[in-house]
Design a protein around this ligand. Structure first.
Ligand code: KG4
Ligand code: ZN
Length: 336
């Protein structure tokens, strides 16, 4: 079964073609226009998706050596995400479905991240714990199969990626801040400054990152009133990264132990963080759990993960059930 997937939920335009779980192409076009604003500007994001989507879909077909006639179904992210961005992908996918008479499957973006580890390593061992950690989400799921999972913890305020990005902005670094902090931290001392690890000792699996952000703001105002923190920048970056990753790893390992699970999969943009990956390898090893760290292209927003989830939905159903074009882009299904 060959699936063409489209993902435009945030600021990456991506299209992929997969066949029976194998990725034949996974094209990702990132929008650099937001860098100068220090964060994503939703209106610009949707316009940029519109400009490139046709070409990105074309590239994914060419790279996978597929024609539309060889595609069995179209998958598209329809929630959650930025309303305008989701709409571009959904409407483009619906157009293709109508034109080529193909089934169309709307997919939840978070499900894509939960199962993205399978693109790396086919045949995940269930049950497993999945940490989804990105600019918009920080959540732990207990996953029993490709179609069953339960949310067991999530952030009560900012997402971890948001904390990286906002702190990077305070430090006068560019956007997205996570990769920049990751790079600076490599030459810094993670123990030099002690930033808060909110909720680390709570017995639940929830997170909170807004206190860290406030603490860094006060720390900078108090210690560098003239804003001349550049000599300490690497140590500040390393200490911030250490605080964020300590909490992410501790909560995930706690969830793994308390549910007697033997496999952990991480996903979402922050799972590209080098220190987080290093710590997960060490801590998972200590509890004898297997850790799956997806390749960078599967950590960030990508359409291959959307194709994979669609394939799971199609495996046990009749494709004729997937011709409903009335689904909508749903920016925030959880808050309803
Ligand atoms: O999954 P993603 O591409 O988009 C969302 O769904 O949000 O994640 C983007 C987030 C941004 O906050 C970015 O700063 C963060 O992932 N990120 C990182 C790293 N690479 C990306 N954070 C820390 N370290 C990294 N190496
Ligand atoms: Zn994402």
């Amino acid at each position: 079964m060959r699936i063409l997937a489209i993902e435009t939920s945030c600021d990456d335009t991506s299209a992929a073609v997969t066949e029976n779980g194998n990725v034949l192409s996974n094209i990702i076009s990132s929008q650099i226009i937001h860098n100068k604003y220090g964060g994503i500007v939703p209106e610009l994001a949707s316009r940029k998706h519109l400009e490139v989507i046709s070409q990105i879909v074309q590239e994914s077909l060419v790279e996978s050596k597929s024609t539309m006639a060889e595609i069995n179904a179209i998958a598209v992210t329809n929630s959650p995400g930025l309303a305008g961005s989701l709409l571009v992908g959904c409407n483009f996918a619906k157009g293709l479905s109508l034109k080529y008479d193909k089934p169309i499957i709307p997919i939840n973006h978070i499900e894509g991240h939960i199962f993205s580890g399978n693109l790396q390593e086919q045949g995940l061992d269930f049950p497993l714990i999945s940490l989804v950690v990105s600019g918009g989400h920080t959540a732990i799921f207990l996953v029993s199969s490709y179609t069953e999972y339960k949310l067991i913890g999530s952030t009560i305020d900012d997402a971890a990626g948001e904390a990286f990005d906002k702190i990077a902005k305070m430090l006068g670094l560019g956007y997205p801040g996570g990769p920049i902090i990751d790079k600076l931290a490599k030459d810094g001392d993670p123990k030099r400054f002690d930033f808060p690890r909110s909720m680390i000792h709570k017995s639940n699996f929830d997170f909170s990152f807004s206190g860290l952000k406030t603490s860094v703001r006060y720390f900078l105002q108090k210690n560098y009133p003239n804003g001349d923190f550049n000599d300490d920048l690497n140590d500040i970056a390393a200490s911030v990264q250490e605080a964020i990753t300590d909490v992410l790893v501790k909560k995930t390992i706690d969830a793994t132990k308390s549910n007697k699970i033997k496999s952990i999969v991480i996903g979402g943009g922050v799972s590209a963080n080098s220190r987080l990956r290093e710590k997960f390898k060490i801590e998972a090893n200590k509890i004898n759990a297997k850790i799956i760290l997806p390749d960078m292209e599967y950590c960030v927003d990508n359409a291959a993960m959307i194709a994979f989830v669609a394939e799971q939905k199609l495996i046990n159903s009749d494709p004729a059930n997937f011709f409903d074009l009335t689904f909508t882009a749903d920016p925030n299904p959880i808050r309803k």
